[in-house]
Design a protein around this ligand. Structure first.
Ligand code: AMP
Length: 498
């Protein structure tokens, strides 16, 4: 794998790989820690290719475990601390890891804790042999995303998928320089963090970490931005929305900034205009891609003309190694300009969800020897430029987090005394800004609405990541139903509005 070769070369440079608070990790340490972890796996882990599950947040040890796993020929499953232990247990049951690294010391699963891991990483070991490294067709990582059944689904990405992503994204990342500074704020559970881990580290840049405390505290975040003197920005638009609330977020804060790339959710014209005014010489790129197609597959620099046009901002052109098709219900390719489902074909398309042939048959397909993915995104294409128009299902993006509303609903009914539940996304300017849950109780509880909401949120928070816990919980006596006996969400929304 190219990244592993690059890390070995960069280990000779004395450069800093990652900054986290007042701690730094050099490329030399990153490389030797990953060798030590690979040696540990080779010696101690059961034979086979089972991945390593890593539960933590932004600890400096995490990338070393990831690259160490790859050096030992295994993939990894990064799970962020926002996932409660119950959800981690579900993921572990699915992924069947050879080792669980628990940097939080909170899981009731056998594994390595932080101090055991540190002891392992500090060992001096010979570099892992290239023969042991992960092969192109093997799974490099599995990312678990929200699944409509209420259980997360694991997207498998191979070394070959990553190599194809690296090739496809080049026009946007090739300007990144070895002495550059890159923001490391995306949780390692999400695909966009691959930009930091593979693209920025692979080019010898320094990652400046903003953890979730910093992301919730603009003062801390701005201190990091000030110190980092970032050259390359990759984030969700949500983070930029938060930043532009302060006048300090402008060229003077990041005078070396080379490019701002946004992805993961709708980039609005309002935000783009604001950013263009504050960073007049910095290209603003809108990029797009599902986890299932390895991070990003389309992108374009936003222009004044696009801002003036009577259409949403485009998500860009398909990368050179990805074919984008707009398809009708039966999978037929629609004429130019018509709206339909965006289907993506190429080498970045995942081999599928782990252990889910049912979902794979629906979401993935083969065409002329190439693998394809049905995104569920309603899009339109004109002259190769793609416009995102919305979802064809109940998946939403909330502050950049991917959430299936049924996932929340299916977990809500596991909370005590809830018979039925429906979750609606609260929309503002076409964007989901919060979740509201409507619940029908099994029996009267005698609780006040505040007390009940608090209890439900707490219980639900033990089942799903914190970002999936609805802001509002409303108890109802009954639900409007459609002819299939399912909750009629359109009517529920209409009733709510009256
Ligand atoms: P994820 O797998 O978390 O990366 O989420 C992928 C989904 O996020 C896509 O299928 C889209 O629905 C949405 N998405 C990603 N990038 C964009 C974008 N630039 N504009 C609008 N929606 C986006």
């Amino acid at each position: 794998m190219e990244i592993l070769k690059k890390l070995a070369q960069l280990a000779e440079t004395g450069r800093t790989a990652i900054v986290y608070g007042d701690k730094t990790l050099s490329y030399r340490e990153l490389n030797s820690w990953s060798d030590a972890f690979a040696a540990y796996l080779k010696r101690e882990a059961p034979e086979g290719k089972a991945p390593v599950l890593i539960y933590g947040h932004k600890e400096l040890e995490i990338p070393a475990c990831m690259f160490g796993s790859l050096k030992s020929g295994r993939g990894y499953v990064p799970v962020d601390v926002t996932y409660p232990p119950e959800r981690v247990a579900q993921i572990a049951a699915e992924a069947k890891p050879c080792v669980i690294v628990d940097l939080t010391d909170t899981l009731e699963l056998p594994g390595l804790n932080l101090s055991q891991l540190r002891e392992i990483l500090a060992r001096t070991c010979a570099p892992a042999s290239e023969e042991d490294w992960l092969r192109p067709d093997e799974t490099a990582y599995i990312l678990f995303t929200s699944g409509s059944t209420g259980k997360p689904k694991g997207v498998q990405i191979t070394a070959k998928n990553l190599a194809a992503f690296h090739a496809g994204v080049r026009p946007f990342f090739d300007g990144m320089q070895p002495d550059g500074a890159f923001l490391n704020e995306i949780s390692y559970s999400f695909d966009v963090s691959v930009c930091a881990l593979y693209e920025a580290l692979g080019r010898g840049m320094t990652l400046w970490t903003a953890d979730r405390t910093a992301l919730e505290n603009p003062k801390l975040l701005f201190e990091i931005l000030q110190k980092a003197n970032l050259t390359d920005w990759v984030s969700t638009p949500s983070l930029a929305e938060l930043c532009v609330q302060s006048d300090r977020f402008c060229g003077a804060l990041m005078p070396q900034l080379r490019q701002m790339l946004f992805c993961g959710e709708v980039l609005t014209k309002k935000l783009t205009q604001e950013l263009m005014a504050r960073f007049p010489d910095v290209p603003i790129v809108n990029a797009y891609g599902p986890t299932e197609t390895t991070v990003l597959v389309t992108g374009a620099r936003m222009t004044e003309q696009m801002l003036q046009a009577d259409a949403p901002l485009p998500i860009g052109y398909a990368f050179s190694n990805c074919e984008a098709r707009i398809c009708g219900a039966e999978g037929t390719v629609l004429p130019e300009g018509e709206a339909g489902e965006l289907c993506l074909l190429g080498q970045t398309v995942s081999p599928g969800y782990l252990g889910r042939p049912d979902l794979n048959a629906r979401a993935f397909f083969e065409d002329g020897g190439r693998r394809g993915y049905r995104t569920g995104d309603l899009c339109r294409m004109e002259g190769g430029l793609i416009y995102y128009l919305g979802r064809l299902d109940n998946q939403i993006k909330l502050n950049g987090f991917r959430v299936e509303l049924e996932d929340v609903e299916n977990n809500l009914v596991k909370v005590s005394n809830i018979a039925r539940a429906a979750v609606l996304a609260e929309m503002q300017d076409g964007k989901a800004v919060a979740l509201s849950a409507y619940v029908m109780l099994e029996k009267p509880d005698g609780e006040g609405s505040l007390q009940r909401a608090r209890r439900i949120k707490k219980e639900l928070g033990e089942l799903v990541p914190s970002y999936m816990v609805p802001r509002r919980i409303i108890a109802v006596d009954s639900f409007p139903l459609n002819t299939n006996g399912k909750i009629d969400k359109k009517q529920l929304r209409a009733l709510r509005a009256t």
